[in-house]
Design a protein around this ligand. Structure first.
Ligand code: DP6
Length: 325
């Protein structure tokens, strides 16, 4: 049924990163990427058709303005065009984690919005179409449609650039997210990736190398080889940040606390707690481990760094409807 729908989506953290678009309007990436959808820190979004003259967009109960609002209303325009409808909507979205702090709130946000808005407008999209729609809001959102591990195929046009689930029998993954700095990041991932593509002499190497790493990662997942998954993920994250550091001016999301955590991860690994670090467009370090080691890892991080926040997580479900009427 149509008119109103509420959807919930979880963030995902890339193990092979998406960094750079070849088409900014359609959000077509230069490379494929792969991620783990978590069971923590979801976004819940309700979309209702209304007869107000304008769309109303609330985040955490407060109206969005400026570019943050137009990013949502332009996305709703895409859904209206797909449904061949023209009603205005109210969007009411809630995040469990600070927005814009590099904790993937745009991925959970646009995944939940894609499902809630398409349902409210009476569309019944399959998972692939939903991932293509979510991609138009934020590239990484295409992957939060799916449970557990998802791969986003770069593709070459709107049709071929979609995500899908990657079966991972026997691989039970966990992750501890650290919250070092809840302030919004200084350079958005959108601007940071544009600058990297346009100015980093290392970017062509990233584009050439990523498909190889994606293949290595898929093979490691197929053999449920946690050590290989973690090693490839950590290396891939470092290489993404290396391409950014080569931009003009450099794009640097790390702070001193990030580096301390990278050292801690190496030390814990030396102590026999197998874990691997990854970082996105912010200072927070996300630490991959086996699912049954999440609690111990969280405790060891807090023991070493008592003042930071930690969010323990495991593989979680993709976007789903909570209500629709
Ligand atoms: C570093 O999906 O936020 O987290 O498509 O411009 O909205 P836009 O970018 P976004 O970029 C995510 C970048 C990343 C790596 C990743 O999630 O793959």
């Amino acid at each position: 049924e149509e008119g109103s729908a509420t959807a919930l989506a979880n963030p995902n953290i890339a193990l092979v990163k998406y960094w750079g678009k070849r088409d900014e309007a359609l959000i077509l990436p230069w490379t494929g990427s792969l991620s783990l959808t978590l069971d923590a820190a979801p976004t819940t979004t309700t979309v209702r058709l209304t007869d107000t003259p304008d769309d109303v967009v609330l985040l955490g109960g407060r109206p969005l303005e400026g570019t943050a609002r137009s990013r949502v209303t332009r996305f709703i325009d895409l859904v209206r065009a797909l449904a061949d409808r023209d009603e205005r909507v109210s969007v009411d979205s809630h995040n469990e984690i600070p927005t814009g702090a590099g904790l993937a709130s745009s991925a959970s946000g646009f995944a939940a919005l894609a499902l809630a808005a398409s349902t409210a407008f009476g569309l019944d999209l399959d998972r692939r179409a939903l991932s293509r729609l979510a991609r138009r809001g934020s590239g990484s959102a295409s992957r939060s449609i799916f449970d557990g591990i998802a791969v986003w195929h770069a593709g070459h046009d709107d049709e071929s650039s979609f995500a899908e689930a990657v079966p991972a029998p026997g691989l039970e993954l966990g992750m501890v997210l650290t919250v070092l700095d809840a302030r919004a990041k200084s350079v958005s991932s959108r601007d940071g990736m544009r600058r990297t593509v346009d100015t980093s002499p290392y970017y062509p190497a990233w584009v050439e190398r990523t498909p190889v790493e994606l293949e290595e990662m898929l093979a490691a997942i197929t053999r449920a080889d946690f050590t290989a998954v973690g090693t490839i993920a950590e290396r891939n994250a470092m290489r993404m940040h290396a391409t950014m550091l080569g931009a003009e001016p450099p794009v640097r999301y790390w702070g001193p606390a990030s580096v301390e955590l990278l050292d801690l991860v190496a030390n814990l690994r030396g102590d026999g707690l197998e874990c691997y670090a990854t970082m996105d467009a912010g200072p927070n370090v996300k630490i991959l481990c086996r699912a049954d080691a999440v609690d111990e890892l969280a405790a060891r991080i807090l023991e070493a760094q008592p003042h930071i926040g930690v969010i323990p997580a495991r593989a979680g479900r993709g976007a789903r409807l909570i209500t629709s009427e």
